[in-house]
Unconditional design. Structure first.
Length: 279
């Protein structure tokens, strides 16, 4: 039987590649996006696509119910990929910016996850299904200018670790994928959030913004970041997480994630801070 998967954040990057990659392997893919114009583009490319905005509870309910209806009431897998960044110095982050990013990167994701679990519990004698959470190397270690995004990924790591422990008596696998630098539009897509929330001109770090973050945000990339991999590298790990009879609890993607995972375990905090500061 064809297996079904619901994926969030498929307009570009990791989600886009995953949707096409899994469709090519015979999966019935529900490739969701926040905006209808992106869904229309994906439908033209042969994908099943409809809206699902993690910041909108009504959209989550409608999108999840549509996936169930199209899958005949059964769902084999959920891939929580959608997320965004709001760059800026942590001291300049308004509380509203944190509330908003957590709504998408964690709260909406959790809503969708619990809906999937309720369906998966009814499948098989002890429940059956796989839930894969797309975290980040920034769920393992922090980095300057990324306090909002890092905080959501740290929270996702903890929530997923506990969920994995609690679901170990079921047939539902809970899995983390932790990419490092991957080719995507996350930097470009973060600009509207930065411009909405960060008053960098009034910041005591204005000079640092001008010398660092603004250049990174607004200047076109002349080349890939060091160690950057294409989104297909994440899809390869996703396929193993979905199709292996014994998937791993977590999958690292890119060299920086392996280094960060090792350094987090072995280095004293202040030494780790120095390593991170040096890039």
């Amino acid at each position: 039987m064809t297996k079904s998967i619901l994926i969030t954040g498929c307009s570009s990057g990791i989600g886009y590649d995953a949707a096409h990659g899994l469709k090519a392997r015979g999966w019935k893919v529900f490739a969701t996006c926040r905006r209808e114009e992106d869904c229309a583009r994906l439908r033209e490319e042969g994908l099943i696509s409809f809206q699902l905005d993690l910041a909108d509870p009504e959209s989550i309910e409608a999108g999840f119910n549509e996936a169930l209806a199209r899958a005949g009431g059964k769902l084999d897998a959920l891939y929580n990929n959608a997320a965004y960044a709001c760059p800026g110095a942590t001291e300049d982050l308004p509380v509203g910016a944190l509330r908003e990013i957590f709504e998408t990167n964690l709260f909406g994701l959790h809503d969708l996850t619990t809906r999937a679990i309720r369906v998966m519990r009814a499948q098989g004698t002890n429940g059956e299904g796989r839930i894969i959470q797309c975290s980040s190397v920034l769920g393992l270690v922090g980095a300057r200018w990324r306090g909002a995004y890092v905080s959501t990924k740290y929270a996702l790591e903890g929530l997923t670790d506990v969920l994995r422990l609690e679901m170990s008596d079921t047939g539902i696998e809970i899995i983390l994928i932790e990419p490092g630098p991957v080719t995507s539009k996350i930097r470009e897509n973060s600009i509207p959030h930065f411009e909405r929330w960060i008053d960098w001109k009034a910041s005591p770090r204005r000079a640092q913004y001008e010398e660092s973050l603004l250049k990174r945000l607004y200047q076109a990339k002349s080349k890939k970041d060091r160690f950057e991999l294409p989104a297909s590298a994440v899809t390869a790990k996703l396929i193993h997480a979905l199709e292996s009879p014994r998937p791993r609890p977590r999958y690292y993607v890119t060299t920086p994630t392996y280094i960060a995972g090792l350094a987090r375990r072995l280095l004293p905090t202040r030494l780790l801070d120095k390593v991170i500061a040096q890039g």
